[in-house]
Ligand binder design. Structure first.
Ligand code: FNR
Length: 178
C-alpha cells in the first residue's frame, strides 16, 4: 500500500486501512510503503542507492501488486507520492538506462479520496504516470468523495456504494495477478 498523504488523520490512510482489512479477509498480506523518509529525487545521489530507496524497491520487488491510495493536490499527484514513483522509475545500476525490469507490467490499483471530484483528476494523472513507467494500472480507478461532514469530524466512513467499488477493485486485482 502506498498512501499519498502524510497527514496523521488522513482520510486516504483510513481508506487504505479498510482495503487492508478486506484484503486480509481474503488471505492477502499487505505492507505499507514509508514515503516520508525518502530523499527527494536528485540524480546526484542515485548511486550508491540511498538505504530508504533500497527498502522501497525491495518492498515492490517482493510484492505481487502495488495499491496506491491518494488525495489529489491541486488536481495533481501529491509531491511525496510523485517522489516515490520517480525513485521506482529509475535504473538500479549506474550506467544503465530506462526503467528497471521489476516494475515492468507490475499491477497497480489506484484509489483516492478527496473533495468534490473525489480525487479523480489526480487519479487520472496517476494512471498516465504509472502507464508511462511501464506498470500495469488496472483500468478502473476509484475516486471517493469525502462528504463535507467528514471534514468537521475528521472521520470518513465509506458508504455502501464506495465500499462496493473498493471490493470490485479487489476482485479485479485477484484476476490481474492470477
Ligand atoms: C488539497 N485538497 C484538494 N482536494 C480536492 O478534492 N482537490 C484538490 O485539488 C485539492 N487540492 C489540495 C491541495 C493541497 C496542497 C492540499 C493540502 C489539499 C484537499 C484534500 O483533498 C483534503 O485535505 C484531503 O483530506 C486530503 O487527503 P487526506 O490527507 O485526508 O488523505
Amino acid at each position: 500500500m502506498m498512501v499519498g498523504s502524510l497527514r496523521k488523520e488522513s482520510f486516504n490512510r483510513s481508506v487504505a486501512n479498510v482495503i487492508v482489512r478486506e484484503l486480509q479477509r481474503r488471505d492477502w498480506q499487505t505492507e505499507f510503503a514509508v514515503l516520508d523518509d525518502l530523499p527527494l529525487m536528485n540524480q546526484d545521489i542515485e548511486f550508491p542507492t540511498p538505504t530508504n530507496v533500497m527498502r522501497l524497491r525491495e518492498q515492490v520487488k517482493t510484492a505481487d501488486a502495488l495499491w496506491i491510495v491518494s488525495p489529489e493536490y491541486n488536481e495533481m499527484i501529491p509531491g511525496v507520492l510523485k517522489n516515490a514513483l520517480d525513485w521506482l522509475s529509475r535504473p538500479t545500476k549506474a550506467g544503465v538506462f530506462g526503467a528497471p525490469d521489476f516494475i515492468q507490467d507490475f499491477p497497480v490499483v489506484l484509489s483516492g479520496a478527496g473533495g468534490r471530484k473525489g480525487a479523480k483528476v489526480g487519479l487520472a494523472h496517476l494512471m498516465t504516470l504509472t502507464k508511462f513507467m511501464g506498470m500495469r494500472p488496472l483500468p478502473d480507478s476509484v475516486g471517493l468523495r469525502v462528504p463535507m461532514a467528514a471534514f468537521q469530524t475528521n472521520r470518513f466512513d465509506l458508504d455502501g456504494d464506495q465500499k462496493a467499488a473498493i471490493i470490485a477493485q479487489i476482485a479485479q486485482l485477484q484476476s490481474a495477478v492470477k
